[in-house]
Design a protein around this ligand. Structure first.
Ligand SMILES: [Fe+2]
Ligand SMILES: [Fe+2]
Length: 142
């Protein structure tokens, strides 16, 4: 069966934007909790639901920052977020009861590879446009 590995934070993932980095670290922590539950064959339903909720919250914060700081790639970046949420929802609908363990491993690996690629790629294009101390709550309120 497919193996699942925890996601280890390295400085490669840092954007220098405090709120973005702390939310990414929380996503890693939730993902790592999912891996632990898969490996110990415990129920993953609650952590998957937390992961989806927190991912949606994180995307809305990033998108508020994009608008506030006139980030030039907003449409492209938002499209990546929307597509990812759609893919996750589709995977959830296709979840298999007979092959639960294999399904969960494939789900976790998809999640990890998307997060790692997106954080190291697209999210880094926020650097230099969104300030290090930016606050998406202020952005959302404007
Ligand atoms: Fe992000
Ligand atoms: Fe993003």
């Amino acid at each position: 069966m497919e193996s699942v590995d925890k996601a280890l934070w390295t400085t490669d993932f840092d954007t220098g934007i405090a709120v973005v980095d702390s939310q990414h670290k929380r996503l890693f922590a939730l993902y790592n909790r999912l891996v632990e539950l898969i490996e110990s064959e415990q129920n993953t339903k609650a952590v998957i639901s937390d992961l989806i909720d927190y991912t949606e919250y994180h995307f809305s914060c990033e998108e508020a920052l994009m608008e506030q700081y006139n980030y030039p790639e907003t449409a492209f970046h938002m499209d990546q977020h929307t597509t990812f949420i759609g893919e996750i929802m589709e995977l959830i609908q296709k979840q298999s009861v007979e092959n639960a363990a294999a399904y969960l491993r494939a789900f976790a690996n998809f999640l990890k590879s998307w997060l790692v690629d997106h954080i190291q790629g697209t999210d880094r294009t926020l650097i230099g446009i969104v300030p290090a101390d930016a606050n998406p709550n202020n952005a959302a309120a404007q």
